[in-house]
Design a protein around this ligand. Sequence first.
Ligand code: ADP
Ligand code: MG
Length: 702
Amino acid sequence: MRPALLNPLFAEVTSLPGVGPKQDGLLRYLLGRSETPRLVDLLLHLPSSVIDRRNRPKVRDAMTGTVVTLEVTVDRHRPPPPRNKRAPYLVYASDETGDVVLTFFRGRPDYVEKMLPVGAKRYVSGMVQMYDGIPQIIHPDRIVDEAAFAKLSGIDPVYPLTEGLAQGSLRRAIAQALAKLPALPEWISPEVISRCNFPPLKDALTRVHVPQEITDILPDGPFWSRLAFDELLAGQLALTLVRAQLRRPAGNRHAGDGHLRHKIIDALPYALTSSQQQAMAAIAEDLSKPVRMLRLLQGDVGSGKTVVALLASAAVAEVGKQAALMAPTEILARQHAKTIAPLAERAGVKVAILTGREKGKERRDILARLESGEIDILVGTHALIQDDVVFKSLALAIVDEQHRFGVRERLALTSKGEAVDVLVLSATPIPRTLVLTYFGDMDISELREKPAGRQPIDTRAVPDTRLGEVMEAIGRALKAGKLVYWICPLVEESEAEGTDHLTNATERFESLQKRFGADVGLVHGQMKGAEKDRVMGQFAAHEIKLLVATTVVEVGVDVPAATIMVIENAERFGLAQLHQLRGRIGRGSEASTCILLYHEPLGQMSKSRLAVIRETTDGFRIAEEDLKLRGEGDVLGVRQSGLPGYRIARPEVHAQLITQARDEALRILKDDPKLKGPRGEALRCLLYLYERDEAIPLLSAG
Ligand code: ADP
Ligand code: MG
């Protein structure tokens, strides 16, 4: 149960005056939530910059293009003439040095009259522009009288926004949320507080939302850092609890004598790379130890993780136990099954697939065969963790692309067997410092070598003004029998507001189809599973030669014959995502080309990202560069600018805090493993605040 103390923070934002259904929708999008956000979500939405209203020049000295606060007297109003309702409502004001025009488009006269009575003195803030030689401020973002001005700090926070949401209304909502912040007990230990110089939570939240100094909102400053530490501590506590649960000694040894593994290896059309062999040896050793395995297998796209996963599964099949492989998407699950099944079956290892699509009798059959132990490896999506999926003896849980799953899913899968060993596959090479953040302490195997015979990928950045040339080149490639991916960022304009130059995948599909006819197919995230597979299948079978796709192909899809990829609006993708996408080509023995179409003008960050991706295909290097570049983040969506799953902590700024939070979490659970004392109570609050409360049931378990 959530401590009652927190209730005010978990009230829905729509309970605030001025926040209605429209704002609800905008805030959901902005804050990345599928349901109505709560006040705590607002409080954890931190400003990206500030406006310094202490800049108070005289009208004559106000510089065009800067934000200023002017102290003026209102002289006269000029409402739009009756015959031209569209004209702006103008208010003329002045100080002793000159005149300024305040301009309101579609301004409500009663509002303007109330805010700016003739003869009154007002403080007006906003961006100065010149119009007909007279300075003007269009829609001043603040108009206050002397008394109200005296109360302002002079610095206003500026929040990341989404189209349709006004800075002012977001500020007001956050201020109201801040006013409801209850007094909360301190959960950080006094030693850490004094070592790191952390302010109390209330001060930290207050100073980032109501900055007194420009530096108050810096991520490496004391206020933001305190919040980042809280978030990291909550994450580390949850991971440590899970790990403690998983690490409990397993009486069982899960690896057999190798007979099935040998059969599979003999049937492979290639030799394992030496890093695949090393990974396999490490896994076999884990499996045969009487402690549960908790291992992360990291390897770039195409580095050959799937076959390692298969061999690990075969090892448990050798002693009559079962393995489950859970993938984040249906496409990926089917891909795995397709790769694994023929190899496995040659060794007599039975593979089945279970996703949301297997229904009725088919599903019942699979479940029956699973329970009787006839199925050795079950591959699927999160459909695997449904209650009625019962294994005869699950010994190994393999989770692909882990950071898309939460702790909850990981636990749900492992709870389907006794002392289940866990292998996590990650195609996003994560620098070691960050492995802690996502996975807690895990053993790590890396597949750094690419399988032999891979060709380099020629990557080029091309402005989208040259789209015509690119189309022509693609036409020639199609004639020559090549397979081409064409990646667009979004399916429909409506998915995100304010992204109007983003190419709509459906539209692009239509225009390409007009040009290249039946060679063109489309796959996107909103299509039904069966439909997606059908199209992917057609592409793999060369029935479709140009596949227009959204980022659904980002993860794991394997069509080795595809050698060309065009990525539209490449400037909008993060480095890791570009790398993942590009990993879909360069998988066969033929040379590949990747064309990054970008929309000008390019920001500095986008420029650097495109330069890195052009320069290298080494995922580990890209991950390091990504870390260095991130922070200012103009990647798709606000939430992707930091650590996925974290709102406040920034890897490039708070790397040190990650280890400190880990140490603190270990200390806490050593002293008070059930979080029972008064500090334990406080820490439970922390887990709720940062949505790590899924770890709380573990406190009472076992
Ligand atoms: P990942 O899952 O790491 O992205 P996959 O396991 O899907 O990579 O492997 C990518 C491709 O490489 C597959 O077509 C697979 O058959 C092939 N492959 C895997 N290991 C090797 C190897 N040692 N030598 C050659 N090809 C390999
Ligand atoms: Mg894979």
